[in-house]
Write a protein that binds this ligand. Structure first.
Ligand code: SF4
Ligand code: SF4
Length: 224
């Protein structure tokens, strides 16, 4: 192997495969809300302080409980019980049926042939329709006060998780996934992610509608 060739090795066991057809999906059972993924993303892509391409959302915050209450969080939620805090890494999941792509009036958002949902900045008019359309809070508008695109929207060019496409092109995983200490961010094909969640005895957090958006109707069945 020469120095220029990718090693094909990844740091995280959550990264199972990269490149065309990959999916990104969180294992909420594994997330411990340490913020490592947020830091990894900001450092890798030099994001501004208030522009987070990945965010950790905490559900049922502040509920006290006995030791072990956070075990089997998704199972207990589904059973109508209170599992205590659940931490959910939220980022662009590069949806199969991406609502942001559907609502964008200028084709600034495109589902590419390799599966990544990309932002074509030169086409964005800052209307923020995508912000309303995305169920996962992925679209960011870090330059909304800069006066760009003010004619149509509130200004600013949309920014979101790119899936670290450039890294994946050299067989590296997304920075967030590779640096997650608990392998809570899974990267791979839909079948690989479904198998890994099953092996961990962890349930996908999202309901059927959200799963169909992220994976498409057919692949969403892999998780049932
Ligand atoms: S809807 Fe949201 S999560 Fe899905 S591709 Fe668009 S920005 Fe990403
Ligand atoms: S803000 Fe930009 S990317 Fe979002 S819907 Fe409007 S034109 Fe498309």
């Amino acid at each position: 192997m020469t120095q220029d060739e990718p090693s094909g090795q990844v740091m995280s066991q959550g990264v199972m495969s990269t490149g065309e057809g990959m999916r990104i999906f969180p294992d909420v059972e594994a997330c411990i809300d340490c913020g490592g993924c947020v830091v990894a993303c900001k450092r890798t892509w030099d994001r501004e302080i208030d522009n987070q391409r990945i965010d950790i959302t905490t559900m049922a915050e502040g509920v006290a409980g006995p030791q072990g209450e956070n075990a089997d969080k998704t199972g207990r939620l589904a059973a109508g019980e209170n599992p205590g805090e659940t931490s959910l890494p939220m980022q662009c999941y590069h949806c199969e049926n991406a609502p942001c792509v559907s609502v964008c009036p200028t084709n600034a958002l495109q589902k590419e042939d390799d599966g990544f949902v990309s932002v074509h900045e030169d086409l964005c008019v800052g209307c923020q329709y995508c912000l309303s359309g995305c169920p996962f809070g992925a679209p960011q508008f870090p330059d909304s006060n800069d006066g760009t695109a003010q004619i149509f929207g509130t200004g600013g060019i949309m920014d979101k998780c790119t899936g670290c496409r450039e890294r994946q092109e050299v067989q590296k995983g997304p920075a967030c996934a590779e640096e997650c200490a608990t392998d809570a961010i899974l990267v791979g094909g839909a079948g690989e992610i479904a198998d890994e969640l099953e092996a961990r005895d962890s349930q996908p957090f999202f309901n059927d509608e959200a799963m169909a958006i992220i994976f498409g109707e057919e692949d969403a069945q892999l998780f049932q």
